[in-house]
Design a protein around this ligand. Structure first.
Ligand code: ATP
Length: 596
């Protein structure tokens, strides 16, 4: 069984995730997170929020999943959000053409190749349809738009799309969001939410799905003035796989500190380097195995034309590298596109330290001349004159000035334009912020964390499977068991479970089956600690204590329980009194099990 298959089996059996709607045959690319998975997902999202929103001092929003068509016309998704598709002439199955090439050749990033070249490679390597094994040679490689389309309201006059990334919900609202940030750059806006892509071939369970959760941050900066707090992460060591290393015969990844990566020019943007450093520490915190992790720079063909520096965080599972996060310096592309398409103001007013005096050329065209002369185009001619005066005042040096409107030249006597150059005092200017975007795929991170946490060992002569998840991420922090359901043990255990829950810990109570089996169940979902109430707990005074508590209220308990640590299976006897605090300290790393 491959690592991925083993994981998918455990995920279904223990309630992490499983294919959705299987009662009706299911639909590929849709997964339901079960109780363990939903808890793990929300813990990972909380850890993300803590690092990228709270610690960075950014804002978080929640925008709709459905957005109207003009948003995606502006963003470029309507025209360009395509993957390469090839359809089998025999069975009609459709496949992602670039992936077929990657799976059957040594080529790693076929996505960056033109369609014709991918078609040639399919023929050259005799690639067959994975469904019916008919040759795919000579089948056309076409583009397929990945967006799910819908209609907003009845009828089809108002098309909408399920967002293919959460980012557009931030970009579109920039003017409003900028006000909330008091128009002060830099500021960041984050969002955790669903994204939808009608993937051609969903595969590898959570890795390529059609509905998934993204955690995206758009950090808006003034490129002239703002610098990242690089010193905070300058010593973090990054495993970097640059374009040069990818292209070199014997190239492999290199370990450089954030500072070295910037100084050596391996990572071009200091902002991107900053987030690579922050994120490396974050991945470690949530349980990504750093021996199976790298940052890979985009090859020229992979990178969007507007993005100057792009790196992917990749994790290794089953010998394959999976993109779990994309980091991009996107310049002012997104805000410019929305400004152009909507006509709204997507700039920030940048106040100068001191007002400055500048010469400003202006026109005030005489409409009683332009009107009769240019008819319906008069307004456009006036706008063109205004723009020309701003751009090139020298054009007004002669007696006449010529502007183009809709490909037609119009000549106007300069005296009719009321051209003048005046000295004006300016307090600032409108600038278009640049944006740095780290874009995390939550499902792929969950898949990675689970795969990297999967361990087996031998306990009491039997093979054991356990997940060595960091306690902070584990779906359940404590399993509470009565050794047996008699003599008051269940009552005391229920009581303890209630107290631990009241203290904010995530607790599972389990009284079914042999104690060894209960431990195994918790091991398999990565519960770091198990508390068992036994006869000694009662003898130690737990029972008596309960009685006295109900009589007197809040006196401390004298009894003890066993606490078992997941990875070592070591057990210690600890007092019930203060148990919640001890477990809390263990799970946050403030205390170790050895110290107890
Ligand atoms: P890929 O090349 O694998 O299709 P991408 O480069 O299109 O991914 P981005 O647009 O950069 O991905 O999206 C950001 C993140 O969202 C990715 O790093 C990934 O973690 C996640 N993601 C993208 N597509 C999917 C998908 N179909 N299923 C699960 N996660 C996805």
């Amino acid at each position: 069984m491959s690592e991925g298959e083993r994981l998918t089996e455990l995920a279904k059996r223990r309630g992490f995730y499983f294919p959705s709607s299987s009662a009706y045959g299911g639909a590929a690319g849709f997964w339901t997170y079960g109780p363990q998975g939903a808890a793990l997902k929300s813990n990972i999202e909380d850890a993300w929020r803590d690092r990228y929103v709270v610690k960075e001092g950014h804002q978080e929003i929640s925008a709709p999943d459905v957005m109207p068509e003009p948003v995606f016309e502006a963003s470029g998704h309507l025209d360009g959000f395509d993957d390469m598709i090839v359809e089998c002439g025999e069975c009609g199955a459709t496949h992602r053409a670039d992936h077929l090439v990657e799976d059957n050749t040594d080529i790693e990033e076929a996505e960056s190749l033109p369609n014709e070249e991918v078609m040639d490679l399919i023929a050259e390597h005799g690639i067959e349809c994975p469904s019916c094994h008919t040759s795919l040679a000579d089948q056309p490689v076409d583009n397929f738009n990945l967006m799910f389309e819908t209609n907003i309201g009845p009828g089809s006059s108002s098309p909408g799309y399920l967002r293919p990334e959460t980012a557009q919900g931030i970009f579109v609202e920039f003017p409003q969001l900028s006000e909330y940030a008091r128009n002060q750059l830099p500021f960041g806006v984050a969002q955790i939410g669903k994204a939808y892509r009608n993937e051609i071939s969903p595969r590898k369970s959570l890795v390529r799905v059609r509905e998934f959760t993204q955690a995206e941050l758009e950090h808006f900066i003034d490129p002239e003035e703002n610098e990242p707090p690089l010193a905070e992460v300058e010593d973090v060591v990054l495993p970097l796989y640059s374009v040069a290393d990818q292209q070199a015969e014997d190239g492999g990844q290199r370990e450089l500190t954030v500072r070295e990566a910037v100084d050596d020019g391996v990572v071009e943007s200091e902002w991107v380097a900053y987030y690579l450093g922050v994120s490396k520490e974050w991945y470690e915190r949530i349980g990504v195995d750093m021996d199976r992790f790298r940052y890979r720079q985009h090859l020229a063909g992979e990178r969007a034309h507007y993005a100057s520096d792009c790196w992917d965080a990749e994790s290794e599972v089953d010998g394959d590298w999976i993109e779990i996060t994309g980091f991009a310096y996107r310049g002012d592309y997104d805000l410019s596109k929305h400004a152009d398409h909507s006509g709204e103001d997507y700039t920030v007013f940048k106040q100068y330290d001191e007002p400055i005096t500048v010469e400003r050329a202006t026109v005030d065209p005489d409409m009683s001349y332009l009107g009769p002369e240019f008819g319906g185009s008069a307004g456009a001619v006036a706008d063109a004159l205004e723009a020309l005066a701003e751009r090139n005042p020298d054009a007004f040096d002669d007696d006449e000035v010529t502007v183009e409107v809709d490909g037609e030249s119009h000549t106007v006597p300069v005296e009719q334009t009321n051209f003048s150059v005046d000295e004006v005092t300016e307090n600032g200017e409108h600038i278009r912020p640049h944006v740095i975007e780290p874009s995390f795929g939550v499902g792929r991170i969950i898949y990675t964390v689970l795969a990297h946490a999967y361990e087996t060992d031998e306990v009491d002569g039997e093979e054991r499977t356990y997940l060595d998840l960091p306690p902070e991420q584990a779906p359940t922090t404590v399993g509470v068991f009565p050794l047996m359901d008699k003599d008051g043990m269940a009552e005391l255990a229920t009581d303890i479970a209630g107290d631990l829950r009241a203290a904010g810990l995530s607790v599972t109570y389990d009284d079914s089956g042999a104690i060894g089996r209960r431990y195994r169940r918790q091991d398999e979902v990565g519960t770091p600690y198990c508390v068992t109430v036994d006869y000694e707990s009662l003898e130690d005074g737990g029972e008596a204590q309960r009685a006295s508590e109900s009589a007197s209220g809040d006196e401390p308990r004298a009894g003890t329980v066993t606490v078992r640590e997941r990875d070592t299976t070591e057990q210690k006897r600890l007092p019930i009194d203060g148990l919640a605090e001890t477990l809390e300290q263990l799970s946050t790393g403030d205390r170790t099990f050895d110290d107890l």
